[in-house]
Write a protein that binds this ligand. Sequence first.
Ligand code: SF4
Length: 411
Amino acid sequence: MATTLDIARENANAQTILASAPQVVQPVPQAEEDKPTLIGLNREELAMALAEVGVPEKQRRMRASQLWYWLYVRGVADFSLMTNVAKDLRAKLAVAYTIARPEIVDEQISVDGTRKWLFRFPPRGAGRPVEVETVYIPEEGRGTLCVSSQVGCTLTCTFCHTGTQKLVRNLTAEEILSQILIARDRLGDFPDATTPQGVMVPSEGRLVTNIVMMGMGEPLYNFENVKKALLIASDGDGLALSKRRITLSTSGVVPEIFRTGDEIGCMLAISLHAVRDEDRDILVPINKKWNLEALLDACRNYPGLSNAKRITFEYVMLKDINDSNKDALELVRLLKGIPAKINLIPFNPWPGSQYGCSDWDRIEEFADIVNRAGYASPIRTPRGRDIFAACGQLKSASERMRKKDRDALAS
Ligand code: SF4
């Protein structure tokens, strides 16, 4: 489920903001394309990587824990900084492996402090380099990182810009985790790091407090890599993000919903957007495969579901499409018995989109109906609109440029 962005090339206003904002941080080594990475390996795989460079079996567990600490607690991207690891082992690791970050192709900063990055990952033997977008949304008391799971998407939700970009490939666990690591680099969110002047962040505590798998792609079509990355992100001896603060958003891949709760244990969000199958078949076409009844049944059976662990239902407000009082009442009826929150999202138009955003009065009336029924249903103030970082607006830069070229050729 896409939440976000676009790039500076398309938005002169954003370029102005970018130019005037302080540009950040410590240089980080770029990924070395021909070496395997240690990022995204679980502890057993790390131990095997250590075996490859000659670490004796009885030391591997301890050495793997050291690496884990340096990679995920300290956030280092250079073996030479691992000061409690023997020098000769550091040298061997540096020859055989990389822990470098992906390339930052672009960084845009919204007037509201939202940040959008375009990252480029090396091919590592898997075709061409790929680009993905990641968004950071600072608020009082929390900083939310919207992470991508695929390059492009196979689904074609008609309100979503990402859905117009064909799937290139799934991201690996490394590439999913790297989005978190590099965001923390840029914000100064590792121990001893300093937040660059002018960067908008929560006033105290961690700067990345929440992860939402709502960027480019359908995370449940990349289940194993997403699971691996989220289990590493929530490991208490590493990045230590609480599973209560990690939300996976799906368009409705019903067979994987139970596994999400059972094997990952994170919070769940459903990209709902319509209350009747005939409408949802158009807005979220995966509905033709798994309809509302099947989807809501899977939600009722989500492991750990309770009033303290509610499912979030996302509902984009589309003018004259899904925003009537009748729709609001049907939404309330459908969700009866499911511990739920409803996020009403004013639609963020993108070039060529066929929908308009509901009028504000309409959104408020809709919200009143669901609120009166007992659902906390905040109207999510759009963030990062000026940099195309809002819901459903993400797309990789190269795809945008290709489209521009196609349009130019056609004109
Ligand atoms: S097309 Fe649908 S599933 Fe794919 S990114 Fe957009 S909203 Fe998510």
